[in-house]
Write a protein that binds this ligand. Structure first.
Ligand SMILES: [Zn+2]
Length: 421
């Protein structure tokens, strides 16, 4: 096949959506920090006030050491992040139920003396994996440009993450169904799951705008901000919340696998060229930062996940999947350097981050970010489309990208499936 010129200009933007990039300027960044208030508390955008009594079933279920270990190692590695919200006493944890209030949820610890009995914490509840929901990242189709998950090289076909992730999901489903698993696709088409559209968020976006200091910002820029805010509320917040309802209320799976392809920020957004970097990583839920823990619903979700012991299931699965991606793709594992991610476990490529999807889907969630789609290597492979068997590319025989991705996932789940059988 024709080797593409690295210097060819790209006609659109594509960036790493899960790590903040050059695409967002500082004002746009505020979109993601938007919040609504509820009483005295603080609730994330389009979120709901938590029902703290849902934690009652976890009374006396874990020891102080287990609770503190998970909190520090996985869920919130810096004490100054959680200290205003969670107090760990000798016999109980006190969790502030609402921001700006002294209303605390009291979680009693299991007594340390009965240590032998508690070794089953998190394991007793571990279910075998029979039912899997595959969540193809983004929407794709006519929405891909709005989502910023879209690029093309002049004259070349458009690369859409939402379309690629759906093809990968369909192939994984085929392979897993053959192994006797029950598999659901959270999205079957390049269409949104949410029934809302950007126009539905007009008044919410205007309210949000009122809370910003826009002195000196030209009218034209303010209009752009308003449009972008409405779009993000649609394609990210409302869309993921709609998927969460489908997963939590209808599918009720044992595991969700979120399928994405990563992208690296452009070196120079004004003169875009494909990047050299190509790698993989996987995310589990964790690393709630101070600003995030200020939200009542996020604090609740942290506790709910920790007490369910899902961190352990997520780590084991993510480690198996990481080994499988390394073997199948031969790529290096990506490493985070910023404060927004925490290293989980000892297998390279597995990190904890607090994302909307891996926080609000109520079961273990593994979030996959293999391949850098805007790298020279991956762009060439994406252009080759889906094909059967291997093709010689350079000096390597390679499967199609979709096939390799799907086989890496199924290979990584193999041990878990066998254990469930
Ligand atoms: Zn993505």
């Amino acid at each position: 096949m024709e080797v593409l010129d690295q210097k060819k200009r790209l006609c659109n933007s594509f960036f790493s959506d899960h790590s903040m990039s050059v695409w967002f300027n500082s004002l746009l960044f505020l979109f993601l920090l938007g919040l609504t208030t509820s009483g005295d508390g603080k609730i994330s955008t389009l979120g709901e006030e938590p029902d703290w009594s849902e934690l009652d079933v976890f009374q006396n279920s874990c020891t102080r050491a287990q609770f503190l270990g998970k909190l520090k190692k996985i869920y919130s590695p810096r004490e100054k992040w959680w200290a205003p919200w969670i107090q760990v006493k000798k016999q109980e944890a006190r969790i502030r139920k609402k921001a700006n209030s002294e209303d605390w949820y009291i979680l009693k610890f299991f007594e340390e003396i009965k240590q032998d009995e508690i070794n089953t914490f998190g394991q007793g509840k571990k279910k075998s994996i029979r039912k899997i929901a595959l969540d193809p990242g983004h929407i794709g189709g006519i929405y891909s440009e709005m989502e910023g998950r879209h690029f093309c090289i002049e004259g070349g076909p458009v690369v859409k993450e939402g379309g690629l992730s759906l093809r990968v999901a369909r192939r994984i489903k085929e392979l897993l169904v053959k192994k006797g698993l029950e598999v659901f696709l959270v999205r079957e088409k390049e269409e949104p799951v949410t029934e809302k559209r950007p126009a539905d968020f007009d008044s919410l976006a205007k309210d949000w705008l009122k809370g910003l200091n826009l002195d000196g910002i030209p009218e034209e820029e303010i209009k752009k901000l308003l449009t972008k805010r409405k779009e993000i509320l649609f394609y990210r917040v409302s869309e993921i919340r709609a998927r969460a309802r489908l997963i939590n209320e209808e599918i009720r799976p044992d595991l969700v696998i979120c399928l994405h392809l990563n992208a690296a920020p452009w070196k120079n957004p004004d003169q875009i060229e494909l990047v050299e970097r190509n790698d993989y990583h996987l995310l589990v839920n964790g690393c709630y930062m101070g600003g995030e823990l200020a939200f009542d619903d996020q604090r609740f979700e942290l506790l709910f996940r920790l007490l369910n012991g899902w961190d352990e299931t997520e780590r084991v699965l993510a480690e198996d999947l990481s080994r499988s991606f390394k073997k199948k793709s031969g790529l290096p594992a990506f490493r985070y350097h910023g404060p927004n991610a925490v290293k989980v476990g000892s297998v390279p490529g597995v990190w904890g981050r607090n994302l909307l999807a891996n926080r609000i889907y109520r079961c273990p969630v593994v979030f996959l970010e293999p391949y850098v789609a805007n790298s020279q290597q991956m762009y060439n492979r994406i252009q080759m489309g889906d094909y059967r068997g291997h093709r010689l590319i350079g000096d390597r025989k390679l499967l199609s990208l979709v096939e390799e991705y799907a086989q890496a996932v199924v290979g990584g789940l193999h041990i878990q499936i066998q254990q469930a059988e």
